[in-house]
Structure formats: structure tokens, C-alpha cells
Design a protein around this ligand. Sequence first.
Ligand code: ACM
Length: 758
Amino acid sequence: MRRTIIYFNMLLPVFVSAQEISIIPLPAEMKTGKGRFSLSKYTVLLVRNGADDPAADFLNTYLEEYYGFKLKKVKQASSGCIELTTLQTLVPGKEGAYTLTVTPKGIAVMGQTASGTFYGMQTILQLLPAVKQSNATYSIPVVTIKDEPRFGYRGLHLDVSRHFLPVSYVKKYIDFIALHKMNYFHWHLTDDQGWRIEIKKYPKLTEVGAWRDGTIIGRYPGTGNDNIRYGGFYTQEQVREVVQYAADRFITVIPEIDMPGHSLAALTSYPQLGTAPESGYAVAQTWGINDRFNNVLNPTEYTFSFVEGVLDEVIGLFPSKYIHIGGDEASKRWWHESPSSQKIMQDNGLKDENELQSYFVKRVEKFLNSKGRTLMGWDEILEGGLAPNAIVMSWRGEKGGIAAAKEKHFVILCPEDPLYLNHSQTRLEDSITQGGYGPLENVYKYEPIPKELNEEEGKYVMGAQGNLWSEYIGTPSKAEYQLFPRLSALSEILWSPKAKRNWTDFEKRLLTQFKRYDLWKINYSRSYFELKATVLPAPAYQGISVRLETKTKNPVINQYNTVNGDSHSLGKYTGPVTIKKSGLYHAELIVSGKKLGSFDQPFYFNKATGKSIRLVTEANTKYPGDGAFTLVNGIQNTKRLIRSTEFLGFLGTDCEATIDLGKETSFTNVSVHILEQPSSWIYAPSGFSVSYSTDGKQFNTINCNDGPIKKEWVICSIDKTIKARYVKVIIRNYGTIPTGSVGAGNKAWLFVDEITID
Ligand code: ACM
């Protein structure tokens, strides 16, 4: 019997399951085999020539930091070694390609280019168990991998103007890029809130422009100012150090010097660059742009000589072929109002401010091209005509990227939704973000080649990039919280073959990736596991129903309801639960006895809550909320987050809704909960009318004694008690934004999130 079992086991090859191998980004081709290789401090590292050194050095630094040992470098092959070989034949289009072979005797990486060898080494790191072991022998499964990147541009951006991060952390950030086989670091070095790079010819840029006298507290527009002097900058020495550090990881650093807008730090340092030198420029202490403050360079000859002086030094520091000059969000108002800018337009035969912007960008491009560099800019550089050789980064959706690719310009896609990684990846809003909701799954499912492009045009898509704007990111830990795990999803859409992209498979590998994050000791978001709640009308419109979901295995979810200060258990969650009274619903996710997350939602009940509701015109697709039901779901959005999914937004149009209360009901008050934020073009309604009906056809209008808006409420209080089954509410859009206000002349937004009937 016993013999038979042994015999049987020997016959059955021990194949490694593909699931045990968990590599992100997923390799192009992979074949698992049988057997294993043991890696320990006795393993040697065969490095044939200098081209393999960066990979060897990274491997040893990684092993030493996370596993506590490193490998001896040798020049002669031997059994049980890791062998790195770079072919150095630059096969066009094969930059970064490699093969990796693990046998029980050793590991061999062969890179087409040195970067390929480096990426093959990155794959070895992911074949290691993600946990440090006490016996320090690591078993690596037999596998053969043939791999290469899908896109040549795999980027991550970092804004160090709004908040400054030290060189030590910038290097760590670059390591994160390297660990994901990405190859561009877009360093946003200048903006209204601070100039962060030493320029020897213009010392005031960092003496003055690198510092601000305070910062707003909380979410824009803020609850006050901390009045704390804040700033910092990188010396040229430090910049060189960062560029070299990145180059050792096959990462190109693209500097961004933002112009002609976003230039308040430069204008504060050298006011003569502006359209209003006497106006008293000051480095910004708040966020956002638009026409509120003048942050625009005046395109004079003085300005061009300044720009060229700055770029000369930048070019000297950054070997990158691409130099990013921003070009985003330059308000044309200041050029329109400046006689000096108008004169420049006249002298150059420019018919409007868009053409002036284009003139500016084209001149800067000419300068960069004369130095052998290529200009990169945000999609606004399309306005008024694209500079001949410019590369466009499409951030306001994909429109700019599509237009530029059709004009045969190279483009990089980084649409805000979902590639602005400063947006929240959780609905729970556990820390301040700008708003916006870009969960992991949306990043994973993003396809960098817009479907509007045909095959030929699609070739102009160099790749995509994740952007991390730092208004609300002041620490490394917050940066990591925003980046992870979305950076891992981004790396896969950029590296792996499109046909192999599979969310369910990624989810399995993600669990191992989380262990790697633990190994790296980074602060990553657990939002993937969070309790996701869906609020629905209860059956027969009798209350509100809450449905919970979690990705966690074997969850226990305890539920409580607090009504008038009394908390009681609603038991364990087994399926959608119905709520019928105002109160705080609280659910806790327990896994292996530990609390892993919670969901809290106050519900405010009134006679309309959970009832049937119909909208005459749907909300704008940008702010669709959760459809018409949003207005009677018992949830009042008190966070004032304009991009919350809980608001319905109407651009220039009214919100007209009819609620069916189910039966004849008496009431004396109808109110609407709105958001008012003129700085973001969101205006309180200009009016509000209520009518009622018993049959849903014939409506009688009510005379409202509507007073002023109280906080976020527009109220219709009625003199007498009305009895009706149907209530129709028309909330009138403010209309056109008035002169002198932000966005004057444009259609105003109306934001509504609840209608109450009492
Ligand atoms: C940008 O977000 N202004 C490029």
C-alpha cells in the first residue's frame, strides 16, 4: 500500500499552478513547469558586463532590504546561479523585452536591452515569496516567461508644488515606478503654490517663489488659513541625483515647468513677467485656478528670455527628450484686460487670446526643438493651434488626446477619470481628497487607446500616465494611500497584452500584491475590501433598503441602528435590510475576529423617503447621482463634496420631479437640499415651485412662503395642510453666471440631493 502511494506521487508531476505565480503586471507569455529552485544567500549572481549592473544592483538592494541578505556577484557561470544577460541588440519596438527561465538548477534572464534585463529581474522579485522567512531559503517555482511591454510610455506624475516632498521620498517614489516596470516620472516642479527647482540665473525663483506664508485649512475653499510659512526646493545637485537614481532604474524624468498659467510663484519672484507687475503677486495659499487670481505670464520679449534662461538650465539637468511646459488652465482674461498683451497680439497678427496662447507655446517649442528636445503639454495646447511637434497629455477626458492623435501628434492619456490618483478610491471619504471617485476597478478597466481612434491613429498613443496632484497630499503616507493599489492596476494596463487583461484574474494576484506592500511597509488603501453599500427603495416603496457587499472571504457583518440616541442591534447581515425610521445605520465588517471596516449612514426620513419618483429631465451625465431615487433616498449630503455620487447636477437646466406618495398624504412643507458653491459654478436655484395632484394628471400649484435659503435648504412652507398623493417639484436653475463672478457668462450648475415632504 505504502509503496503504491509513493510510486503514484512520483508519477504525478508536481506542476506549479499559475495561481501560485502572481506577477503584476501580468507577463505577455508564461509557461509553468514542475520543480523548484531554491534561492538563498549562497546563490551567486552572474553578471556578464556593465549593462547588467543596474539589474544586479537593484536585486541586491531589494534582497538586502526586504530579506536580509544579498548575493555575491560573479563572472563565471556555475550551477545554482542567477544569470543576467543583456543582448544589447536594440531591436526596434522591443525595448524592454526579456525572457526569464527558472529551472531547478538556476534562473536565467535575457534582456534584449539593459532595460529588458532590469524588467526580468523585477519579475524574479515577484517570484519570491512575499513574506520574509526565518530560514532564509526561498523556493521559486519553475517557469518560463517571454515578456515585453505593450506601451513605450508608462508614466507616473508627482506634484511637488502644492506640497513638497524631500529627495529621499522622491527616490522611494521612483522605486515604486521601477517595481511596476514603468519608465517615466513626470515631475511637476512649478506651480502657483511654489517653485521647486533651483535656477541659478534667476535665484529669486527659490528665494521667494519656493515659499508661501500659509496654507488653507481643510477642503477648498477652506475653513481658515494656518498662517505657517511653507516651502522647499531641490538644488541642482539634488536634481542631478534624482535624475541619475531614476536612470539607474531605466526611468526617464520629465520635468514640468508650467507656463504661461500656473505661474504665480514665478510672478511673485519676478513681477515684471506678468500682465500686472504692480498688483502685488503672492505665492498662492489656496488651491484651484480660474479667473480669481492673475497667474499668467505676459508673452513679452522679457518673458521669453526668462523662459529660455530657465529652460536652458532645465535642459542641462534633465537628459529627457521630452520637456513638459504645462500650458494648462491659462486664464485668457488677464491677456484680454492687459494693453501690453493686446499690443503683442496686434503686432503678431493674432486674432484672439487662444492664438496668443498658441503663439506662446510655439515659440517655446521652437526653442526646445533648437536644443534637440520635444515639447510636451497638457491638452490646452491644442487651443488656437497645436505647435508642430508637440506631444499632448490628455487630462480633460480623452477629447484632447483623440483630436491630437487625429492630427498625427503623439499623445499620452491621463484623463482625470480614472487616472487622477488624487481622486478618492473609496466612497467612505475617510480623508480629504479633491472629490472625484476613481476606484481600483475603474483604473484596471481603463483602455489607453480611445475607441474613437482607428488602428493607424491609435499608433499615436504612446501610453498613459497616473497623475498625483498634491493639494491634499502633504505626507509620504498619504501619497502611498492614494497610489496603492491603483498604481499596480495602472502598470498592468500599460504593460500587459490587452487580450490578457482580466479583472477577476487581477483580483487573485492583488491579494499577493497586498503582501508585497506589507513587505515594502507602505501605507496602502484597503478600500478594495471595504463594505460597499447600495441604497435602494424597499419593496412596495415601504422604506429604504440597504444592500451590502464586500470582497472579503467569510465576512461577518454586524448591523446596528441608532434611533433617537438608542442603539440596537439589527443582527448579522444576511441580505438587504429595510430601514423605516430616521436614524444612524452602522455596519461593521469582521474578519477572523478583527474589525476590517465599517459603513455608517444617517438616514433622514420624511413622507417622500423611499417613494416612487420620476424625473422629467435626467441629470447631466457628469453628475448623475444614483438617478432620480437620489432625491428620496433619505441621505442628505453634508460633506459638500461637489463630485459626490449623491448629487444630481443640472447644467443650465431645471430639475423637475414628480413623487408618488403611494396614497393620499397630508403635508405642510416641501424642501429641497442643494449645494451652493459659486466658485465652482454651482448656484442656488432662482426659484422653486410645488404642485400637487390626487390623480397624477391634474396638478394644482401651491403658494409657497419661501424664505431665504437656510444653510443648504430651499424651503416651501405652506399656510394650510395639503392632502395629495402626487407632488411635483420644479427647481429652477439659476441660469447664466453673472458678470464679475467666476465663470461669468457660462451656464450655472444646479446641484440637488434630496426633496423632503413633511
Ligand atoms: C491639470 O490637471 N490642470 C493638468
